[in-house]
Design a protein around this ligand. Structure first.
Ligand SMILES: [Zn+2]
Length: 155
């Protein structure tokens, strides 16, 4: 099954798509994560992305589409995939259509999460991450077991 997940930050998109990833046994492709991973791995495209970000510019749709294309052609996606955070614009949606037609795939469903604006603000304003491992916490709904100590890495 090929899915697209839409929703603002704090809508629970990450959590829900992670659950679906396990349930359907298909990979979740978050374009933000793909970009960060490419930068961390220092691949050719990663270095290019790094310099774009360091210059304060946005990574072009072309680069994102190329990265997605590589992933979607990968064997991992033969059972399907979940797109998280992409497409964000009409232009990106059109580019995705072309990419999918090229590799003979179709989107089965688009899920949009809608959450009350005040609830979103409350959720996002309480968010923080471990500086060592990046584990996500929320001071209202998901704080570490010991205050100031990361559950995951002890940092
Ligand atoms: Zn940690």
């Amino acid at each position: 099954m090929n899915l697209i997940f839409l929703g603002p930050p704090g809508s629970g998109k990450g959590t829900q798509s992670l659950m679906l990833e396990k349930l359907l046994n298909v990979p979740k492709l978050s374009t933000g994560e793909l970009l960060r991973k490419a930068v961390d791995e220092g691949t050719e495209i990663g270095l290019k992305i790094k310099s774009i970000i360091e210059n304060g510019d946005f990574v072009s749709d072309e680069i994102v589409i190329n990265m997605l294309s590589e992933k979607l052609n990968n064997g991992d996606c033969s059972n399907g995939f979940i797109l998280d955070g992409f497409p964000r614009t009409i232009e990106q949606a059109k580019a995705l259509d072309i990419l999918l037609a090229d590799i003979d795939k179709k989107i089965d469903a688009v899920l949009e999460l809608k959450v009350d604006e005040q609830v979103l603000i409350d959720r996002i304003s309480g968010r923080f991450n471990c500086a060592d491992c990046g584990a996500a916490y929320n001071e209202k709904s998901n704080s570490p077991k010991v205050a100031g100590i990361c559950d995951q890495c002890g940092g």
